[in-house]
Design a protein around this ligand. Sequence first.
Ligand SMILES: [Zn+2]
Length: 258
Amino acid sequence: MNKQGLDDLCDRIAELIIKSKRIVVFTGAGISTESGIPDFRSPGGIWERFDPDDFTYQKFLGDAAARQKQWRLLRQLNLTAEPNPAHHAIAGLYRLGKLDCVITQNVDSLHQAAGVPDDRVFELHGNTQWAVCLGCHRRYPFGRVVAELDGDEEIPDCEACHGILKPDAVFFGEPLPQDVLNRAVSRSCDCDLFIVIGSTLTVYPAAYMPVYALDSGARLVIVNLSDTPMDKQAEVLVRAKAGEAMTVVLQKVEEKIG
Ligand SMILES: [Zn+2]
């Protein structure tokens, strides 16, 4: 997209943001690739090197060998990733009073790292900042659990009850955290502008959120590098990198607010 084209689209998004009262931003893997976190599903992503069938919730619970394999992969997660310009622009909207909440499919907590308060971020797929004991529900910082592991083969357990420790991220076959999901649905139904950033809207139930928003009369904006099933319903559709587009959007909102 040429610079003028991007500029015009971002200007239209900024106008919508100014006019709207309750704005929900919805993010997927595409926003975090700019922070160096690979999209698990894309070509060259993690699911080409590992078999997703080995990473189900049922196997994690039932099979110590599978659990060991899963922890070996989890140790490779990039826990040092930093928020990128897209995360900072969204946090900028919050500071301007133009953000109701972020609903995210990501497990990296980079929205909070950029300055969006915890209670304004709904992590539909959990996060990798914490590990939780499935026995006594005690929580441990994930980085500490990984740092204290002895070698490649150890499976961590709970210091208090020796129960199974599981990262707080949602596994395949594991239900989404119901309270988070309920609140995300209600915020989607109550918003007047729904902005999708870096999601192809193909993973459900997360991808129902923009449907709820549209059905409730909200306007839809999509910023994503590839097609989504909802492109035709978007009032503004931008094919650009999230960081590039959202930085321009925030500048324009700031200019218009004055
Ligand atoms: Zn425990």
